[in-house]
Design a protein around this ligand. Sequence first.
Ligand code: TRP
Length: 335
Amino acid sequence: MDDGSKKRVFSGVQPTGKVTLGNYLGAIKNWTPLQEQYECLFCVVDLHSLTVTQVPAELRKNTMDLVALYIACGLDPNKSALFIQSHVHEHAELAWILDTIAYVGELNRMTQFKDKSRKHADNINMGLMNYPVLMASDILLYNADLIPVGKDQVQHVELTRDLAQRFNARYSDTFVVPEALLNKAGQSIKSLQDPTAKMSKSDPNDNAIISLTDDADTIRRKLRRAVTDSDTCVRHGADKPAISNLLNVYSLCSGLSIADAEKIFEGKGYGVFKDAVADAVISVVSPIQEEQKRLLADKAYLEGVLKQGAEQAESIARKTLSKVYRKVGLIPRIR
Ligand code: TRP
């Protein structure tokens, strides 16, 4: 990676729950081409997932599953740094410094904090409130220019920009002020049961999501049960949110345009269409699953990837953090 001239990209996914087809089509799939153009770091943000209650053994498994999934989806450890957030301790340390310039009021206003506080009313911990500051730390530590995220994370990138500017104004120019890179087509894959809601891995209704771990029969069954719209015509449009969503999925998985898909399914009815969507999804998901499985069986390889990724990330992170410590007035340790 690192020849210094390319713009830098940073993104991450939490190792919680099941990665959905929405996460894949909306995020990870769009990251692979970025590797050709930018210096990329892709992180499994395990510290973030501790903000909701985790079963330790499951967190461990989910973390390695996600690392393998990154690679199975086309992230290439020879082109990008792939690493686990907690392996680079600077993330937590910079978060502390950023905490001292982040205001309680602005964190209290974050939409995701309010949503999660409602959802996890029995566990509104400080980490949940601090979540966006740790995310800002992830980004600013690498002076990343571009942050590919879904719409729901734009507010956090805005906060990151505010914190970068605030720090720069107070302590002199230090951080690059990053920009969100919104994914286009896939960003709004919706729930199969409610096309007004995003397909979310925390959805309690398993029929609403296609998980990247679902087998072919499950995928077909969930698509057959997907809600539809009133008439029987396979058409994209604002008045047809459910079928539009399935058409988006079909188009992204088959590579055909929406217009071509509408032509193919003209007069065919929803049953035939849903089966074709299932075929298209399965043709995308099953090779990824096979590759993920193969990778998970090769622990030594994955550990090698993670070692290299953490070293690449750390060499950048260390420089940023020591600069920050110096600027705020901390005395460097004598060695
Ligand atoms: N909050 C992001 C999400 O839930 C995950 C994340 C953590 C992230 N740190 C990040 C994304 C830094 C981009 C950059 O999707």
